[in-house]
Design a protein around this ligand. Structure first.
Ligand SMILES: Nc1nc2c(ncn2[C@@H]2O[C@H](COP(=O)(O)OP(=O)(O)OP(=O)(O)O)[C@@H](O)[C@H]2O)c(=O)[nH]1
Ligand SMILES: [Mg+2]
Length: 462
């Protein structure tokens, strides 16, 4: 097998830190430690118990015998290690010079530099993690919010793989049953039997659909979403941005046309990364700078994934308001009726008359009124009402989504064929496609180049 050589890398980020780790995995890991490590008690790493840390020095035994760094040596013997191979970790001082010096000695002693993600790839090839779990390692490292961390950890612990494997098992038994009737053609004509198979296939399809549907929430949690605040001048857009980011980020004045350019700020809404955009108030204007701002607002209107459309309760709706209300129909949006602390001229009903289905949240920003309600409404709109992160897995990875989609499609064809009394050979072909696609997620049927592509996106040392 290709991975019988010993690999090494600096496993901590480049830069200065309290400690930095040179990680070595493979059959030479412990012999290399024996060659380079000296402890005051003169114990050889070969004699050290597994999963222990030992104080000592890394010494350049090839040349002067010079001490290179003062370290703690971590010894972890196979198979209960990250890669399921012998691992040693030199916990050095966290600077690039000592770390590189130690790494060079390790390489001189017989290890080779690890490619990005190669430790995790070994964990996968040695059967310690399946592919979905291995990918969760990268997602955990890259997670930007608490929620994405939880979902990644969930997947790393195998929750997604379990669900996928259960679906695979059900598909495989159905497939076995259908293939059995290839050899016994009279069974394919057994109407009751086909009916039961059809029911089984449909039940699997429903569960597959549920898992696939989590992908839109998954993408949202992983990548975040762009939310734009739009409205006529002076309705309170910048005040809202400031209230949501909890700092005086945007300039607020009572002069209409204060905001001239779009302004972006990232916030974390209960685990969803929001990229909030404040825009220039939309109106007809002769001011050249403001005209450009209005152009940008209109571009944002078309690009943002979600809109917060603001209206002023203390004024009647004007032309700009009505234009916004009309464009809102084709966008995901919440209406905000602001300034309800002033005598109210425009009521929520007036907004609903244009878009009966959109939510209306009433706010008085200087008093903080309605801000919490808006956050709740936004979370519900983005994630769907009853979203709670429970035990069930969420699909956050585009590759998994695509594989699930193929699995769903294959099953769908199989169901059509079954329903139309097609021969079992035909049904079987589509079921195989579906089953293989599920296998791709956990890496049962994944090709070498796809594996390479997945692991090359990891950082070196992981
Ligand atoms: N009474 C009251 N005044 C508000 C409220 N929200 C904002 N204001 C005031 O309305 C004025 C305009 O607020 P901004 O946040 O600058 O409005 P804007 O929509 O960003 O305006 P432009 O940038 O000009 O498009 C300021 O004087 C705010 O203090 C509210 O809920 N009630
Ligand atoms: Mg503004």
């Amino acid at each position: 097998m290709e991975f019988h050589d010993t690999i090494a890398a600096i496993a901590t980020p480049r830069g200065e830190g309290g400690i930095g780790i040179v990680r070595v995995s493979g059959s030479l890991a412990i012999p290399i430690a024996c060659q380079l490590f000296r402890s005051p008690r003169a114990v050889s790493p070969a004699e050290l118990p597994t999963h222990t840390l030992t104080y000592g020095h890394v010494v350049d035994t090839t040349a002067s015998g010079e001490r290179i760094d003062e370290v703690l040596l971590g010894i972890m013997r196979a198979p209960k290690t990250y890669t399921a191979e012998d691992i040693v970790e030199f916990n050095c001082h966290g600077g690039i010079v000592p770390l590189t010096a130690v790494l060079e000695l390790v390489v001189k002693a017989g290890a080779r530099l690890a490619a990005p993600g190669e430790f995790t790839k070994r964990a996968f090839l040695n059967g310690r993690l399946d592919l979905a779990q291995a990918e969760a390692v990268a997602e955990l490292i890259g997670s930007k919010t608490e929620l994405s961390r939880k979902i990644a950890l969930n997947a790393l612990e195998g929750k997604l793989s379990e669900t996928v494997n259960r679906l695979s098992d059900r598909l495989a038994s159905l497939l076995a049953e259908i293939e059995a009737s290839i050899d016994f053609p009279e069974e394919a004509l057994d109407f009751m039997k086909v009916k039961t198979q059809l029911q089984t296939a449909r039940a699997i399809q429903v569960d597959l659909m549920h898992l696939l549907q989590t992908a839109s929430e998954g993408r949202l949690i992983k990548e975040g979403i762009t939310v734009a605040i739009l409205g006529k001048p002076n309705v309170g857009k910048s005040s809202l941005l400031n209230a949501l980011v909890q700092t005086a980020r945007a300039i607020v004045t009572d002069i209409p046309g204060t905001t001239r350019d779009t302004l972006e700020e990232a916030i974390n809404l209960d685990g969803i990364a929001l990229n909030l955009i404040d825009t220039a108030g939309i109106r007809q204007t002769t001011d050249i700078v403001e005209q450009q701002g209005v152009q940008r607002s209109k571009a944002v209107l078309n690009q943002a994934e979600f809109l917060l459309l603001m209206f002023d309760a203390s004024h009647p709706l004007n032309e700009a308001d009505i234009e916004l209300l009309q464009t809102a129909k084709s966008h995901r949006a919440i209406f905000i009726l602001n300034k309800v602390d002033l005598p109210v001229v425009t009521h929520a009903e007036a907004l609903r008359a244009y878009c009966p289905k959109k939510r209306v949240v009433q706010t008085a920003i200087p008093e903080g009124k309605g801000i919490e309600a808006l956050k709740i409404a936004l979370r519900e709109e983005l994630l769907g009402g009853e979203f709670v992160l429970g035990e069930s897995p969420i699909v956050t990875n585009a590759r998994h989504k695509e594989a699930l989609r193929r699995a769903y499609e294959g099953l769908n064809y199989a169901i059509e064929s079954l329903a139309n009394g097609m021969p079992p050979e035909l049904v079987s072909v589509d079921l195989h496609i579906s089953l293989d696609s599920l296998g791709d997620i956990v890496g049962k049927t994944t090709t070498e180049d796809i594996l390479d592509r997945i692991f090359s996106q990891f950082c070196v040392g992981k």
